[in-house]
Design a protein around this ligand. Structure first.
Ligand SMILES: Cc1ncc(COP(=O)(O)O)c(C=O)c1O
Length: 398
C-alpha cells in the first residue's frame, strides 16, 4: 500500500504523506489503541469489494475498531448474539425502539421508566403511528389486561427508577412471546455483571454505559445487545441516524468496564448496608432497596440477582425543603450529581430531575413524593458512608 515519495515531490505534498503508514510493527499492544481514523484506505476496487464482504473497516460511522471491540465485550457481558455501540444510553434506547417498531404497532411499557425514555414513546413514536400504554409491570394481571393483538414490544427497566421495584423478567418474556411480542429491557441500573435479562428470555437489552458500566462519570456511551436479527435492524438504522459511539468514548467505556465486577459488587454491598442503616433511622420515613425484607419483590430479586441487589436506593425524608437542603449540605461524601453509577456516592432529587415532567398525581402514584431522594452508592468504605449519612440526618432533622 505504501508508495515511497522521493525528492521530485514538493515539501507540502510530502508533509501530507510521510509517516502516514508507520512501518514498525505495533501489533499485540497490551492496551487497545484508540483508532480515531475517519476512514481506512483500500488499494483498489478489488480491495474495496473484499473489505465489504469481510465486513471490514471502511468508514467510522458504519464500523470502527474501538466500537467493534466494545461490541465484542458487550456480547460477552450481556450474553447476546450481537450488539451496537451507541452515542449514549438514549442513543441506544431510541435506536433499538425505533428500529423495531412500525406504524400500527402497540408498545406495552412499565410505568416508571427513565423520564426521557417515556418521552421517546409519548413524543416521538406517537408521531409515527406507534401507541404506547404504561402499566405497572410488577402487576402481571394489569400487564395481561393491557396487552393487545398488535402489541409488538414490551419495554421495562430491570430495576425501576427511583423506587427500585423489580419486575419478573422471565414471566414478562413468556407473556410477550405468547403474544408474538419482543421484550426489551433497560439494564442500566444492574448491568450484565449482576443480571443478564437475555438469559431470562428478553430479546434486546439496552444499557446506558455512562453509568455503572463505565463507572467513572467521565464518558457518555450506550449499547444495544441481543438477537442478531433485531440488532441488524438497529445497526442499519444507526448508520442512518448517526447514533454510534465515537472511538474515544468506546475506549474510555471499555477501560472502565474492565473493573465493573469489582466496583459493582462493592456498590451492592454498600447500598445494602446503607439501606439497612437508614431503615433503622427514625428520621427516614421510607427506604426503597430490594435487599430489604419488606421490599415487595425481595424474594424475586434475591433469586433473579443472586443476592446482589444493585447500587441504587431511594429514601423518603419529611417534606421540608429547608431541612433537605441542610441535610445535603452537611453530607461530606455524597454530592448531588445528575448522573448515577459512578465510583463516588451521588444524590438526585427526582421531583426536579428525572420526573420533573411527570404530573404530580401520576408521580405520587409511582411513590415519588417531595421527600424522595435517590442515592447512587459508590465504593467508599462502608462505615464511613453510613456514618456520614447518620451525622447529616442528625444535624438536619433535629
Ligand atoms: C435507566 C436509565 N436508562 C437510560 C438513561 C440514559 O442514559 P444516557 O444519559 O447515557 O443517555 C439513564 C440516564 O440516567 C437511565 O437512568
Amino acid at each position: 500500500m505504501h508508495q515511497e515519495l522521493d525528492d521530485s515531490f514538493a515539501f507540502e505534498t510530502r508533509l501530507l504523506n510521510e509517516g502516514a503508514y508507520f512501518r514498525l510493527s505495533a501489533s499485540d499492544p497490551e492496551a487497545l489503541p484508540i483508532h480515531l481514523s475517519t476512514a481506512h484506505n483500500v488499494e483498489d476496487l478489488a480491495g474495496l469489494e473484499k473489505r465489504y464482504q469481510e465486513k471490514g473497516f471502511c468508514y467510522n460511522r458504519n464500523r470502527n475498531p474501538n466500537r467493534a471491540a466494545l461490541i465484542e465485550l458487550m456480547n460477552y457481558v450481556e450474553g447476546g448474539e450481537d450488539s451496537i455501540g451507541c452515542s449514549s444510553g438514549m442513543g441506544a434506547i431510541s435506536t433499538a425502539i425505533i428500529a423495531n417498531t412500525k406504524a400500527g404497532d402497540h408498545v406495552l411499557s412499565d410505568q416508571t421508566l427513565y423520564g426521557e425514555t417515556v418521552e421517546i414513546f409519548t413524543d416521538v413514536l406517537s408521531k409515527y403511528g406507534v401507541e404506547t400504554t404504561f402499566v405497572d409491570f410488577t402487576d402481571l394481571k394489569a400487564v395481561k389486561t393491557a396487552m393487545r393483538a398488535n402489541t409488538t414490544m414490551f419495554y421495562t427497566e430491570t430495576v425501576s427508577n427511583p423506587i427500585c421495584l423489580v419486575p419478573d423478567l422471565r414471566a414478562l418474556a413468556d407473556m410477550a412471546h405468547a403474544n408474538g411480542s419482543i421484550l426489551v429491557v433497560d439494564n442500566t441500573f444492574m448491568t450484565g455483571a449482576l443480571v443478564k435479562p437475555l438469559k431470562l428470555g428478553a430479546d434486546l437489552v439496552v444499557n446506558s454505559l455512562t453509568k455503572f458500566a463505565s463507572g467513572h462519570s467521565d464518558v457518555v456511551c450506550g449499547a444495544v445487545t441481543g438477537r442478531a436479527d433485531l440488532i441488524k435492524k438497529a445497526h442499519n438504522l444507526q448508520v442512518l441516524l448517526g447514533s454510534q459511539t465515537d472511538p474515544f468514548s468506546a475506549w474510555l467505556t471499555m477501560r472502565g468496564m474492565r473493573t465493573l465486577e469489582l466496583r459493582i459488587k462493592k456498590q451492592c454491598e454498600n447500598a445494602a448496608a446503607l439501606a439497612h442503616a437508614l431503615k433503622d433511622n427514625p428520621r427516614v420515613l421510607k427506604v426503597n432497596h430490594p435487599s430489604l425484607k419488606d421490599h415487595p419483590q425481595h424474594e424475586l430479586a434475591k433469586k433473579m440477582f443472586n443476592g446482589c441487589y444493585g447500587g441504587m436506593l431511594s429514601i423518603e425524608l419529611p417534606d421540608d425543603r429547608t431541612k433537605m437542603n441542610l441535610f445535603m449540605r452537611t453530607l461530606k461524601l455524597a454530592h448531588y450529581a445528575m448522573t448515577l453509577g459512578g465510583y463516588r456516592t451521588t444524590l438526585s432529587y427526582p421531583v426536579l430531575s428525572s420526573h420533573d415532567s411527570v404530573p404530580e398525581e401520576i408521580r405520587l402514584k409511582m411513590g415519588i413524593t417531595n421527600g424522595t431522594l435517590r442515592i447512587s452508592v459508590g465504593i467508599e468504605n462502608t462505615e464511613d458512608l453510613v456514618k456520614d449519612f447518620t451525622q447529616a440526618l442528625e444535624t438536619a432533622y433535629v
